[in-house]
Design a protein around this ligand. Structure first.
Ligand SMILES: Nc1nc2c(ncn2[C@@H]2O[C@H](COP(=O)(O)OP(=O)(O)OP(=O)(O)O)[C@@H](O)[C@H]2O)c(=O)[nH]1
Length: 124
């Protein structure tokens, strides 16, 4: 639970390992937003991330739920820039919901304020 400006955000951190991916839809259903966090330093797995993201968004029960994609770990040299994340994940093809994408680092907290702002706006 995160509190900001009188808004309570209830956030589920769902495990990313393959054996848990079939649970993602159940957690996302009925939520105000889906936050899809990728490791932007791990460029080899961007194709996997694209597959899993579009697979998830293809679930009928999730149509219309706003999507926030975070390219985390931008404190590491060689991380994928935002333009690459947007194009490798084909975010411009997602037309049935609002989509935002930020590069960030939860370690250095770069863009954490922007993320919280986005979430409080969506939830209010
Ligand atoms: N350099 C750097 N490391 C980070 C950042 N965020 C997380 N990590 C590290 O990445 C590793 C994995 O972090 P977790 O928070 O466990 O990742 P997770 O996505 O919850 O992992 P699963 O849900 O188990 O797939 C840890 O060693 C973190 O310290 C970041 O912004 N920068």
């Amino acid at each position: 639970m995160v509190r900001r400006n009188n808004i309570k955000l209830k956030i589920w951190d769902v495990a990313g390992q393959p054996r848990y991916r079939n649970l993602w839809e159940r957690y996302c259903k009925g939520s105000d937003a889906i936050i899809f966090v990728i490791d932007s330093h791990d460029k080899e797995h961007l194709a996997d991330a694209k597959f899993e993201l579009h697979n998830l968004l293809g679930e009928k029960g999730l149509v219309g739920i706003p999507l926030l994609v975070l390219g985390n770990k931008n404190d590491l040299p060689g991380h994928a820039p935002i333009e690459k994340i947007i194009s490798d994940l084909s975010l411009d093809t997602i037309t049935n919901r609002p989509v935002s994408c930020y590069s960030c680092s939860m370690k250095s907290q770069h863009n954490l304020d922007v993320v919280i702002k986005w979430l409080t706006k969506i939830a209010s």
